[in-house]
Design a protein around this ligand. Structure first.
Ligand code: PLP
Length: 390
């Protein structure tokens, strides 16, 4: 008999990350001989620094081939704790730190911990698409708060706080932000932390994966700097962007004890532990020299400046200067085309891979994301192709 099954309905709520679809299409076009410049996927174009790679290889040669503690090896959790102390001057116990296979995992964990039918979760829009996808998967209602160009793609804490109701269980924030390059000023984050005092049953997840890529006038502020909300704060961070380690699949979460216990069970149920040799590489990343981070950061800053000024030379495009992460998010409404038309046109006709603003939510209409994580010459060539056409 022909099979006749249906999936559990929540699966139909899953979204996706269009950057991967664009990457696949760009790779196919390149393999067919097309000259493609990839400004689509959000990953550093640098190789993982040599000393980190060597540490991973050494771990394999030393026989680290088995399972590790599901929460991560103790010295790595200790190293994360020291790193936080060094950079944010806060004491976080290694017992609150969990090593996971990629920062993304923490989004799903937070959504699973706090989301279910009847609950509401607030998230940035335009924002990293996995927020909305993970929320919808749990059955909770995804409630966007808009990041708008006229506020420098920052958010208004008041607007977020006004959206809280009795069903709100979780708020997600992300600064420096993907896809906008916006950085939320400390004063606004402080207002959010203070305002949350009135809502003791709401958990906050702060996605700080771009924390080291902050080059505008607003300096990076970690939500860890507001101890008032520490007992209901989840932090997402990791190695992917900072140390050019996207393919190693390494991230970490910081959870208050109550959430940690369940997150640990989720880890045991889902992935058991993170690849052992990758954890030793991560340890070297934190304990080794940090000049590689400064160097990459300088490159991204220079390229972001180059890209945003060049984008402003294109007819129909206008672009704010990004303050962090490694993206430019130009407004393309002057072209009279919508975001996905521009995305497809740029890739198929001009050989430039970008990601439509709508891939980051409905408020992304009228924008396209360009990743600055490419060489200066690639950026110049891509923009000159576009400029020539428009
Ligand atoms: N959070 C944001 C805002 C991101 O842009 C990304 C990756 O693009 C992630 C989380 C996930 O990072 P990872 O590759 O470590 O899973």
């Amino acid at each position: 008999m022909k099979s006749n099954y249906d999936l559990a309905s929540r699966n139909y709520n899953l979204g996706t990350e269009t950057a991967f679809t664009v990457l696949a299409k760009a790779t196919r076009l390149a393999s067919e001989g097309k000259n493609i410049i990839n400004l689509g996927i959000g990953q550093p174009d640098f190789k993982t620094p040599e000393h980190i790679v060597e540490a991973g290889i050494k771990a394999l040669k030393d026989g680290h081939h088995g399972y590790t503690q599901s929460i991560g090896i103790p010295n790595l959790r200790e190293a994360v704790s020291n790193d936080i102390n060094r950079r944010h001057n806060e004491n976080i116990s290694p017992d609150n730190i969990m090593i996971v296979p990629g920062g993304k995992v923490i989004i799903f964990f937070a959504a699973m911990l706090m989301g279910e039918r009847g609950k509401e979760i607030l998230y940035p829009n335009p924002g990293f698409p996995i927020y909305e996808s993970a929320i919808n998967y749990t059955g909770a209602k995804s409630v966007p708060y808009q990041l708008s160009e006229d506020k420098g793609f920052s958010f208004s804490s008041e607007e977020i706080l006004n959206k809280i109701n009795k069903n709100t269980s979780l708020i997600i924030i992300n600064s420096p932000a993907n896809p906008t390059g916006g950085v939320v000023p400390k004063t606004e984050l402080q207002k959010l932390a203070m305002g949350l005092q009135n809502f003791p049953d709401v958990v906050l997840m702060s996605d700080e994966i771009y924390d080291q890529f902050c080059f505008g006038e607003n300096k990076f502020t970690s939500m860890l700097n507001f101890p008032e909300i520490r007992d209901r704060l989840i932090i997402l961070n990791g190695w992917s962007k900072t140390y050019a380690m996207t393919g190693w699949r390494l991230g970490y979460g910081i959870f208050p004890k109550k959430l940690y216990k369940i997150a640990e069970k989720l880890a045991v149920n889902i992935h058991s532990c993170v690849n052992a040799s990758a954890q030793y590489a991560a340890l070297e990343a934190l304990n080794g020299p940090q000049n590689c981070v400064t160097e990459m950061n300088n490159h991204f800053k220079r390229r972001a400046n180059l890209m945003y000024s060049k984008l402003n030379e294109i007819n129909g495009f206008s672009c704010q200067k990004p303050n962090g992460a490694f993206y430019c998010f130009p407004n393309i409404s002057g072209t009279q085309k919508d975001s996905s038309e521009i995305q497809d046109f740029l890739l198929e006709k001009l050989g430039v891979a970008t990601v439509a603003g709508t891939s980051f939510g409905r408020y992304g209409e009228g924008y396209v994301r360009f990743s600055c994580a490419s060489s200066d010459s690639a950026i110049e060539e891509a923009i000159s192709r576009i400029k020539e056409f428009f």
